[in-house]
Design a binder for this molecule. Structure first.
Ligand code: CP
Ligand code: NVA
Length: 314
């Protein structure tokens, strides 16, 4: 049990939402909200990263994650280095050796890569390095922090609220479910057959639920959105799955989030998307541009949530 007046710190690893205990998740989201208010009011906050560098290592494209980490580190007083792709992640030397070099120079590394196991191997090679998952094939924990911040801004508490993810049982769905059940939400994931969140991920998530939170999977998008107060979707083919895009387009068509599907959710239900969106595929313009869409709040909150994360790490 953490003392109520002491903000619980996060360790040197943020590879997954599951690296956080509930008190750490609450602390991170609370600090994110305070940092957002301070920034809007122009009130200076602490600069715990003065004298610290972070390496940004991205094996896949990024607008939001890269930009918000650059700003986050600098607003906290630190600086970033961005080793070019041709030397960063294992083409020229092993990722284990890259990690061991970086450990001698920088405080932390923010890594976007393919398999979670590759990120784990990188982190294992450099125990003194703070390591942040900036998206893997399996998880996107920084996104989930911003998503939960966005939901808490609307409702205060997520306890007892139904949040439905419609689409691929992917990295974004997994991290969202991990975080949201820890905050007491009922998470539903509606996916086509064969594209569900893996069973092992589901049992891990169910074990983390608090305040009556739960996880349910369905193959029926209409039943999935019933009573939901937020509908979340993501691209049908993630980065690295480009060769499957045409086949997935057929399978996922009934899972498009359009006005007809939104009308089956609770009245006023929010629309969420991690972005980038493929407009006309997983979501229509009408929905993503509607008054219930909070996609740019999510994008803004990437900055605040990651500032809080970095301020509490190490
Ligand atoms: N949502 C998200 O992670 O966006 P980027 O891929 O642009 O970083
Ligand atoms: N599921 C998507 C998320 C992009 C932010 C991908 O992995 O490409």
């Amino acid at each position: 049990m953490h003392h109520p007046n002491v903000i619980p710190r996060i360790g040197k690893r943020f590879l997954s939402i599951l690296d956080l205990d509930p008190e750490q998740l609450d602390a991170c989201l609370g600090l994110a909200a305070r940092m957002k208010r301070a920034r809007a009011a122009g009130v200076p906050h602490e600069r715990p990263l003065v004298g610290r560098h972070f390496a940004l290592l991205f094996e896949k494209p990024s607008l939001r994650t890269r930009s918000t980490f650059q700003i986050a580190v600098r607003e906290l007083g630190g600086d970033v280095i961005e080793p070019p792709a041709d030397v960063a992640m294992g083409g020229r030397e092993t990722i284990v050796d890259v990690a061991r070099n970086l450990e001698r120079w920088v405080f932390g590394a923010i890594v976007r890569t393919y398999a979670q196991a590759r990120l784990q191997a990188f982190a294992d090679a450099a125990p003194r390095l703070a390591v942040v998952n900036a998206l893997t094939n399996e998880e996107h924990p920084c996104q989930a922090l911003a998503d939960c911040q966005t939901l808490q801004e609307r409702w205060g508490s997520l306890a007892g609220r139904t949040v439905t993810f419609v689409g691929d049982g992917n990295n974004v769905a997994r991290s969202l479910a991990q975080a949201a059940v820890m905050l007491g939400a009922h998470v539903r994931i509606a996916s086509p057959k064969g594209y569900e969140l893996p069973a092992v991920a589901c049992s891990e998530i169910a074990r983390r639920a608090r305040f009556g939170g739960s996880l349910d999977l369905t193959n029926d998008p209409i039943a999935g959105v019933g009573n939901a107060v937020a509908i979340y979707t993501d691209v049908w083919a993630s980065m690295g799955q480009e060769s499957e895009a045409a086949a997935r387009h057929e399978v996922f068509a009934p899972f498009q989030v359009n006005s007809a599907l939104m009308s089956r959710a609770a009245p006023g239900a929010l629309f969420m998307h991690c972005l980038p969106a493929h407009r006309g595929d997983e979501v229509t313009d009408e929905v993503i541009d509607s008054s219930v869409s909070v996609v740019f709040d999510q994008s803004e909150n990437r900055l605040h949530a990651q500032k809080a994360l970095l301020a509490l790490m190490g």
